[in-house]
Write a protein that binds this ligand. Structure first.
Ligand SMILES: Nc1ncnc2c1ncn2[C@@H]1O[C@H](COP(=O)(O)OP(=O)(O)OP(=O)(O)O)[C@@H](O)[C@H]1O
Ligand SMILES: [Mg+2]
Length: 333
């Protein structure tokens, strides 16, 4: 999707999130800006601890002490041209938006489900909480239909099952059903398949793609799996230590990665689009975000680093339509 024709559903400008811990201030998100276009699958990718989950939670201000959104603007567009300023909403309005408009699916389906209640009850309860049905009984009755939508096997039986009676894939279908029961416009899937084996992973991703098409959803997919990125995403943002270091349409990212971190990430994993024989690891480790490196946070691990990189933070710059990267070495060439 070309940026010029982007009808944004969410826009983030200069987001900064800190965690005020006993050990010090964790500068988790330094300065993140991006927008997601209506109808696309936008991916956040990067190593563990780079800030993918914190960024996605910040979209509906799901950041609680010791964390705080220190700076930034977040705008949600329920429909083209109607702008909602997320930072100025009160908790009641936020609760309505979370779930009804913007829904989350988290990594571990077991943690997202209450072990004491059946799947049907949990779907029904969510529908009741958001006023989609008038009684819990009606919600539980409608749950069968929801479970059919997420292709739960034997939904009439499964609606009465407790979470422990379901397989990992069924649990995740249940969680997706709960998330979709209020017909959200934006679905944020944070590592939705990490806890599942590879075949189930593919089934869940195919289900999300199908639901996206049928319900006209926009999907924010968070993953560290470049294979999933290549197969399911339209545009990708690569995060490193609290910053987006590169953003591009998916094919462009794999065929012409610009940032040394993206290149290293692609070389570090087998993926279907890049023809690279030998896998390489990225030397060094992700920096401590209490005392992050000055300038470009990647510079201590970067093969192209030069003196400017440790002094000045590079900003995202557009090198071709829709393809941005933040790297001083690119300015040199
Ligand atoms: N409650 C918290 N208290 C202190 N630091 C936190 C807290 N939550 C997150 N962080 C820090 O914020 C940074 C970003 O974390 P985040 O969970 O967004 O990473 P991630 O990219 O989602 O990683 P993963 O791939 O492991 O899920 C990390 O350095 C993490 O330690
Ligand atoms: Mg995470």
């Amino acid at each position: 999707m070309a940026p010029a024709e982007c009808d944004p559903i969410i826009e983030v400008e200069n987001l900064k999130v800190y965690f005020y811990t006993y050990a010090g201030i964790v500068k988790a998100i330094e300065d993140v800006s991006f927008r997601i276009c209506r109808g696309e699958t936008y991916c956040l990718v990067g190593e563990t601890g780079c800030g993918k989950s914190v960024t996605s939670r910040a979209l509906t201000r799901l950041i609680y002490p010791p964390g705080r959104i220190v700076e930034g603007k977040i705008y949600y567009y329920p429909e083209p041209g109607r702008r909602v300023d997320i930072m100025s909403l009160d908790e009641k309005e936020l609760r309505r938006i979370r779930g009804e408009e913007i829904a989350y699916i988290f990594q571990d389906p077991s943690a997202a489900l209450d072990p004491l209640y059946t799947i049907g009850y949990q779907v029904g309860e969510t529908m009741l909480a958001h006023g989609r049905v008038r009684s819990l009984r009606e919600g539980v009755r409608r749950a069968v239909g929801v479970l059919k939508t997420v292709l739960m096997p034997d939904p009439e039986k499964r609606v009465k099952s407790y979470p422990h009676e379901l397989s990992g894939g069924m649990k995740q279908r249940g969680v997706i059903g709960i998330s979709l029961s209020n017909r959200p416009k934006l679905l944020i899937a944070d590592e939705p398949t990490t806890a599942l084996d590879v075949t189930i992973q593919a089934q869940i991703m195919d289900l999300l793609t199908q639901l996206k098409r049928e319900h006209g959803l926009t999907l924010l997919l968070i993953t560290h799996n470049l294979g999933l990125v290549a197969e399911y995403c339209d545009r990708v943002a690569v995060m490193y230590a609290g910053n987006i270091v590169e953003e591009a349409p998916v094919d462009e990212l794999f065929s012409n990665p610009l940032h040394p971190y993206t290149r290293a990430l692609i070389r570090a994993v087998p993926n279907p689009l890049a023809k690279i024989e030998n896998l390489e690891h990225i030397p060094g480790t992700v920096p401590n975000l209490i005392t992050p490196p000055p300038g470009c946070r990647f510079h201590p691990r970067c093969p192209l680093a030069f003196d400017r990189c440790s002094r000045e933070k590079p900003l995202l710059k557009e090198y071709s339509p829709g393809h941005k990267a933040a790297c001083w070495a690119l300015e040199k060439s």
